[in-house]
Design a protein around this ligand. Structure first.
Ligand SMILES: O=C(O)CCC(=O)C(=O)O
Length: 208
């Protein structure tokens, strides 16, 4: 059985835009942003043709291999970008262009994450590194297995945790002060699930 060429593996939501009414965040979800056919195509291409790498994370002087595979693309014209980095592929540029037209924003980098199965996930964090600035805007595209994306406010305990199932072909825009005030997380699961690919488009401003 060739699981990954089975186009009925994943269902996608109907085209639908939802603006969340939450404090300290501008969060917009577009379910079915990519059609089922587009999503199946991109899932298959990205899964098989991306150069997936392991990555390390150092916490309190201990270095761990993170439980997911990653791949990074960035405009070479971006000041400070690695000149030997990967070239954007036509498919990544097509995905980026569709996201840019809808959001009316421009992105110059993308981090691809591959969650191979339920043992892969990402712990609570916000995306605040010196190369992105404090309130970076992130456009997050998902293909493949639906995984719950959890968000929690960093200081307001009265605000409940939000859980958004990121279905095949979804776009989630995180803007405003989301990264300053909120953390996000993809929990691991004991369920037997298929891979998920997530692309986070970013506006990289390197400190030179
Ligand atoms: O997979 C996701 O939806 C989230 C990825 C993420 O948190 C990150 O790349 O920082």
């Amino acid at each position: 059985m060739n699981l990954f060429n089975d186009t009925d593996l994943f269902t996608s939501g109907l085209p639908n835009k939802k603006i969340f009414d939450l404090p300290d965040t501008d969060l917009i979800l577009y379910e079915g942003f990519f059609t089922k056919e587009e999503s199946d195509y991109y899932y298959d291409i990205l899964l098989h043709q991306t150069k997936w790498n392991e990555a390390d994370l150092t916490v309190y002087d201990k270095t761990h291999v993170i439980p997911r595979m990653v791949s990074w693309y960035e405009d070479k014209a971006n000041p400070g970008a690695k000149q030997d980095g990967q070239e954007w592929t036509p498919d990544l540029l097509a995905i980026k262009s569709k996201v840019e037209i809808e959001t009316r924003l421009r992105f110059n980098g993308v981090l691809l994450n591959l969650y191979r199965n339920g043992k892969d996930g990402v712990g609570w964090h916000s995306d605040r590194t010196e190369n992105f600035g404090p309130d970076q805007i992130i456009a997050s595209v998902s293909f493949g297995e639906t995984r719950p994306f959890r968000l929690r406010h960093k200081t307001r305990k009265d605000v409940p945790t939000v859980e958004i199932p990121l279905t095949h072909g979804t776009l989630l825009l995180m803007a405003g002060t989301t990264q300053t005030h909120w953390e996000h997380h993809i929990p691991k699961t004991a369920k037997d699930i298929l891979p998920r690919i997530n692309l986070t488009f970013r506006q990289v401003k390197r400190k030179l």
